[in-house]
Design a protein around this ligand. Structure first.
Ligand code: ATP
Length: 335
């Protein structure tokens, strides 16, 4: 991959949008007076690749990468750097985004179109930040994955600032080894091994958890077995109880059936008796009605007789009165 384009806006001394294009296959040298911003360009490349240390970028806080203003110009609120890397036409291999940045084409065939990748990093003064990969939001991890083992990642040998060569030469062999490993592309595999080991560790933890769960499930199974045995015993007892209840009810039923037959017989007898007594009652009632009507007739006759008697007594009284008056008349006539 070759650096094709670098665009800065609001980054350190580059307040305005500044675009640098790197054409051809040679070496690019940036020259200029002290303090004109040469190192700021290297900082911009490091920053867009995901550098997290403000000190490495020669600042105290990450916010220091945002243009802080000058006597004549106000500060800005956003720093943005966009970098485009492309495969040279001649050895166009798989895209770095495939995680094979420094490999030859897998199938050995040359590609007609050079592939390229564009990375953007933005930082707002509010602290909000974002990465874009080919214009789409991405995680820092995605950016780091692309450059793993290519010498372009953070802490890699590709960007060596002032004084760093001396530091590398005088550093411990182990530290130098890191630089050599990155150059040889071993660090990519080391990182992969670290990730695989972390995954293995995670899998081990998961396995332990599975064993714990298995143990717990075993315990629960024993308890369930005990409960199942109790449930079976309950079913047996219930079946036995139902059998006994059925027998008891059957006996009770036949007893009640016999009792019902006996009561039905008694009922028939009582009905017959009732009919007989009802007949007698009807007869006696008829006799009573007859006697009653005869009583009424006798009573009527007696009332008529009493009336005639009263009439006769009245007639006798009148007759007596007439006889007395006639007797008096006769006496006076005699006189
Ligand atoms: P030298 O040749 O001395 O190493 P240089 O060309 O590498 O210098 P840089 O160190 O890249 O210069 O740039 C330093 C300049 O950048 C200084 O003038 C400094 O004021 C300016 N600068 C750094 N950070 C900011 C910022 N956040 N806002 C505005 N200007 C900044």
């Amino acid at each position: 991959m070759r650096l094709k384009r670098l665009e800065l806006q609001g980054f350190k001394s580059f307040a305005d949008r500044t675009e640098l294009r790197f054409e051809g296959a040679g070496i690019v040298a940036i020259v200029g007076p002290n303090g004109c911003g040469k190192s700021n360009l290297a900082d911009a490349i490091q920053w867009v690749l995901g550098e997290q240390s403000a000190r490495t970028l020669r600042g105290a806080r990450m916010e220091d990468v945002i243009f802080a203003g000058t006597r004549d110009r106000k500060p800005v609120s956003l720093a943005q750097v966009t970098m485009t890397l492309a495969e040279p036409l001649a050895d166009a291999g798989p895209c770095p985004a495939d995680g094979k940045a420094n490999g030859k084409p897998v199938d050995g065939t040359a590609r007609s179109q050079p592939r390229q990748v564009t990375i953007t990093r933005r930082l707002f003064r509010s602290g909000e930040s974002e990465y874009l990969l080919d214009g789409r939001p991405a995680r820092l991890r995605d950016i780091q994955d692309i450059f793993l083992g290519t010498g372009l990642g953070p802490d890699s040998y590709a960007i060596i600032e002032q004084g760093r060569i001396g530091q590398i030469l005088s550093s411990k062999p182990q530290d130098r080894r890191l630089v050599v490993e990155e150059a040889a592309g071993i660090s990519r595999f080391k990182t992969k091994r670290r990730l695989a080991e972390a995954r293995l560790e995670g899998a081990k933890h998961n396995l332990e958890r599975v064993f714990d769960i298995l143990e717990e499930v075993g315990r629960q199974m024993n308890s369930l077995k005990r409960q199942a045995a109790k449930a079976r015993r309950y079913e047996e007892l219930k079946a036995e109880w139902m059998g006994q209840l059925r027998r008891l009810l059957a006996t009770r039923y036949s007893l009640l059936e016999r009792e019902a037959a006996r009561i039905a017989l008694d009922l028939n007898l009582a009905n017959a008796q009732l009919q007989r007594v009802s007949g007698q009652l009807a007869e006696q009632e008829a006799q009573y009605a007859q006697l009653q009507s005869r009583g009424y007739q006798a009573e009527d006759a007696s009332t008529a007789s009493r009336q005639r008697l009263a009439d006769w007594e009245l007639e006798a009284e009148r007759t007596r009165g007439r006889r007395e008056s006639q007797a008096q008349q006769a006496a006076s006539l005699e006189e």
